[in-house]
Design a protein around this ligand. Structure first.
Ligand code: DAK
Length: 254
């Protein structure tokens, strides 16, 4: 389900009878929407949330997965990775509004977003170990990067599900809000980001995404390169001119 509010697009995982667990049609539809939004210049910010009050997504659909063989499981894994990579690399900010359970694949999709806000009642975790499997949509890589290696190993090895406030203390979520305020607070940030230069945001996202991988020197050089390239954009000229002229900038995305 997709709703547009100015430049902010809200994508809602809606399968409430299974706590928004991701089965093949739901995950395929999500991947397809994210693919469209990645290339849609009118979509400046993407917010991902779950329908209802109970769940963001309670994970991959265990009933569906229980019937998979090795090859099907690999395909299933690739589909989840594709959705995650789109959230992580599309050239615009992605924000998870975690309104309830974010478990297993649900937590992994949230981890692939640039920012994560959670309701105080939300619960997060990677309980796959209890099913005899491991996180398969990037959790073993993104949870250590968002928190620490030791904390990620604790959650992944034990399958412990944590409250939103604990998740915040460990950097797994950016902020926690009362459940009734979660969407409004998330939209506040999303609308703020939608007023910024999309060109600069895309460059900032690319540069930040390099921070925890590759060689530091090369990443700094890439940042300098990206910084310089922005001076060819109308938005950079507009932003700096507006400052000098003491007015608000009007960014056009080019
Ligand atoms: N899958 C399917 N159905 C689920 C589900 C799930 N993950 N989570 C909940 N449901 C369904 C329940 O079966 C129930 O359906 P009915 O029995 O009414 O038909 C309905 O949602 C309501 O759930 P409950 O009755 O259990 O509700 P409670 O409030 O009592 O408990 C709960 C909520 C979230 C604590 C509980 O439902 C729960 O523990 N759910 C499972 C959470 C979980 O273990 N999530 C991780 C799933 S594993 C891979 C790639 C990715 C993955 C794996 C491999 N490859 C590379 C191949 C990812 C794996 C996962 O995400």
């Amino acid at each position: 389900m997709v709703a547009q509010d100015g430049g902010v697009v809200v994508v809602t995982i809606d399968r409430q009878d299974a706590l928004n667990a991701l089965d093949l049609p739901t995950l395929t539809a999500l991947r397809d929407r994210l693919h469209e939004l990645a290339g849609d210049a009118d979509a400046r910010v993407v917010v991902l949330t779950g329908a209802g009050e109970k769940a963001f997504a309670a994970g991959a659909d265990i009933k569906y997965m229980s019937g998979l063989g090795v090859d099907e499981a690999k395909e299933w894994g690739a589909l989840g990775h594709e959705a995650g990579r789109l959230l992580e690399t599309m050239p615009k900010p992605t924000i998870a509004a975690i309104n309830g359970f974010a478990l297993g694949g649900g937590c992994e999709l949230a981890l692939a977003c640039d920012l994560r806000y959670a309701a105080r009642t939300a619960k997060l975790g990677q309980p796959e170990i209890n099913l005899g499997i491991i996180p398969g949509w990037g959790g073993t890589q993104r949870l250590p990067r968002a928190t620490t290696l030791g904390y990620a190993k604790e959650l992944i090895f034990t399958g412990r599900v944590v409250e939103a406030e604990e998740a915040e203390r460990h950097g797994l979520v950016n902020a926690v809000f009362e459940p009734g305020e979660l969407i409004d607070k998330t939209m506040e940030t999303a609308r703020l980001l939608a007023t910024k230069s999309p060109v600069a945001l895309a460059a900032a996202k690319t540069a930040c995404n390099r921070a925890l991988q590759g060689a530091h020197g090369g990443n700094l050089a890439a940042e300098a390169e990206g910084f310089g390239e922005l001076f060819a954009s109308e938005d950079a000229k507009e932003g700096m001119t507006a400052f000098v002229e003491k007015r608000e900038p009007a960014f056009k995305g080019r």
